[in-house]
Design a protein around this ligand. Structure first.
Ligand SMILES: C[S@@+](CC[C@H](N)C(=O)[O-])C[C@H]1O[C@@H](n2cnc3c(N)ncnc32)[C@H](O)[C@@H]1O
Ligand code: SF4
Length: 466
């Protein structure tokens, strides 16, 4: 496919604009300090009443020795191991506090450790974190236990220990294999380091191995990216994430080390995405939602077939535990219809816990309208499809009447429908193959908060959609 054929360059010009990635709806920019610790405690009490229902847990382990120039994650870059060691003690306090508020709700079907780089910690330290959870919570026999690692700092011992503890999914950062790109993004990582870790993880029995790539990085061009894709495909990871580079130097000051002029122009960026889609599908991978790919036997690929894919802050998933609890700085939970986010800075987070308080910085309680729109946006992001009748039955609404303005925006002149990105019938909304690249734009039509922010002329807080 040539993405710039048939007027697609024109589409790109019109649709490549700042927009959310919809890891949540409403997005984190709507969270506010009016939702605080008291509100969180109330939600936890409600969650506890659903005794026996499994939970999802997320732990943020934010440390990295150095910050990569492109990084958009919530990271503490330090070589001071004592800081990271103290973090563990505070994390144990937070896990204990959480457990005390959930005396009847202790079963876990999904746990994810993200970062930063969790394997910044030694195997013994990681075991300590695991024991802090396992001392209070019981994992279901088929629980998904996943961890993000940086191949540059992850040893054979790490891999063995994580498997022994029960971790069954591992996700590794790669980004790009081209030396010029690696220097420009401040992350030099040889192919061999990645290959060794993939092989080791497979031999240790991890049943899902994911690799992350990023497109839109400085100096990236088609030939080099194709080589990266081919070499990575040769490793046959079960899953691949291909993220669009979120470049927000006004918010992430360390990204200023990447000069805007070195970034590929929007049409090249679109070519890189199209190249990834083509190369991966030709190699047998199935596209999952917007930016993920999986081998056909993988459960994510099967969930797409069955249109049962879900999405939460951990990414795409086949499980949808109703309540997700997060510990660690900046962690975001999703509890009983509310989002809750911890303080992002170590002193505030540790300070609150030192006083026996939950370290809640802000949150957001969804109302009925949010719940409806969240359902619509999540379905579109996950499955590229919306069963209109199912939405009407679930929410007791007349879809065409409730979303008259949205449907008009999506179907007017120069719109996703006339541009062939979306098909609308009385029964369904279907994102087309071409529309897959612009699914965020389709979702944006249903985003009431974005509409209100635009009406108020607010400065965009999002990276570009392509
Ligand atoms: C927490 S990191 C993964 C683990 C480990 N820290 C590493 O980098 O290998 C999560 C992933 O987010 C992606 N990422 C980080 N910064 C990004 C940005 N600015 N734009 C898009 N993706 C980004 C990268 O693909 C990275 O692998
Ligand atoms: S290793 Fe991962 S989390 Fe750490 S700075 Fe680099 S991209 Fe960010």
């Amino acid at each position: 496919m040539d993405p710039l054929a048939g007027g697609t360059a024109e589409l790109l010009r019109r649709y490549d604009r700042p927009g959310p990635r919809y890891t949540s709806y409403p997005t984190a920019v709507e969270f506010h300090a009016g939702f605080g610790e008291a509100e969180y405690r109330a939600r936890l009490a409600e969650a506890d009443a659903r005794a026996g229902e499994p939970l999802s847990l997320y732990a943020h382990l934010p440390f990295c020795e150095e910050r990569c120039h492109y990084c958009g994650c919530n990271v503490v870059a330090t070589r001071h191991r004592d800081v990271a060691e103290r973090y563990l003690a505070t994390l144990e306090t937070e896990i204990g506090l959480l457990a005390r508020h959930l005396p009847r709700r202790r079963t876990v079907s999904q746990m994810h450790w993200g970062g930063g780089t969790p394997t910044y910690y030694s195997p013994d330290e990681l075991e300590r974190v695991f024991r802090a959870f396992a001392g209070h919570f019981a994992f279901t026999p088929d629980a998904e236990l996943s961890i993000e690692v940086d191949p540059r700092v992850t040893s054979a011992e790490h891999v063995e220990r994580l498997r022994a503890l029960g971790f069954n999914r591992i996700s590794m950062g790669v980004q790009d294999l081209s030396p010029e790109v690696q220097v420009a993004i401040g992350r030099v990582q040889s192919y061999e380091v990645t290959r060794e870790l993939v092989e080791r993880s497979r031999a240790a029995g991890f049943h899902s191995i994911n690799l992350d790539l990023v497109y839109g990085l400085p100096h990236q061009e088609r030939r080099g990216f194709k080589t990266t894709l081919e070499r990575i495909i040769g490793l046959r990871p079960d899953r691949l994430a291909i993220y669009s580079f979120a470049y927000l130097p006004h918010l992430q000051h360390h990204q200023k080390r990447i000069a805007a002029e070195t970034l590929p122009p929007p049409d090249t960026k679109l070519h890189l995405l199209a190249l990834a889609i083509d190369t991966l599908t030709a190699a047998g991978y199935r596209q999952i939602g917007m930016d993920h790919f999986a081998l056909p036997g993988d459960e994510l690929a099967r969930a797409v077939e069955a249109r049962t894919l879900h999405r939460n802050f951990m990414g795409y998933t086949v499980q949808s535990a109703r309540d997700m609890l997060a510990v660690g700085i900046s962690g975001i939970g999703d509890v009983q219809g509310a989002f809750v986010q911890n303080f992002k800075k170590l002193p505030e987070w540790a300070g609150a816990l030192g006083q026996g308080r939950f370290p809640v910085a802000r949150g957001y309680a969804l109302d009925d309208d949010d719940r409806l729109r969240r359902h619509v946006i999540t379905r579109l992001m996950c499955n590229g499809h919306l069963d209109v009748r199912e939405v009407e039955r679930t929410f007791g609404i007349d879809f065409a009447a409730t979303f008259a303005a949205e449907l008009a925006e999506l179907s007017g002149p120069d719109s996703p429908v006339t541009d062939g990105l979306l098909e609308v019938t009385p029964d369904a909304l279907q994102v087309t193959t071409l529309g897959g690249m612009f699914v965020r734009n389709v979702c944006m039509a249903f985003d009431r908060h974005l509409r209100e922010a635009r009406a108020a002329n607010a400065k965009p807080a999002f990276s570009r959609t392509v």
